[in-house]
Design a protein around this ligand. Structure first.
Ligand code: SF4
Length: 77
């Protein structure tokens, strides 16, 4: 079953920028994407979505995959 995309996604600043910066190669910089996220009005929704759905790849809500794993581990602890 395909879930409909949340409405906030249409407001994400990443939709207006280079999507490749949000999915860098392994070891690549996430700085460019994080700068865009910092100015994004739906950042909190985005981060909540990524944590809830377990998004593994890319920058979501200003966080890398590793940072999201750390946040989830802190919630469990
Ligand atoms: S917080 Fe970042 S990844 Fe999420 S919608 Fe905004 S720009 Fe895109």
């Amino acid at each position: 079953m395909i879930r409909p995309l949340p409405a906030w996604m249409a407001e994400g600043l990443c939709a207006q920028t280079d999507p490749e910066s949000f999915f860098p190669e392994k070891g690549g910089s996430t700085a460019t994407a994080k700068r865009v996220c910092a100015a994004c009005g739906v950042r909190a929704d985005c981060l909540d979505y990524a944590l809830t759905t377990g998004e593994r790849d890319g920058v979501w809500g200003g966080t890398s995959e590793r940072e999201r794993r750390q946040l989830l581990a802190q919630e469990v602890a």
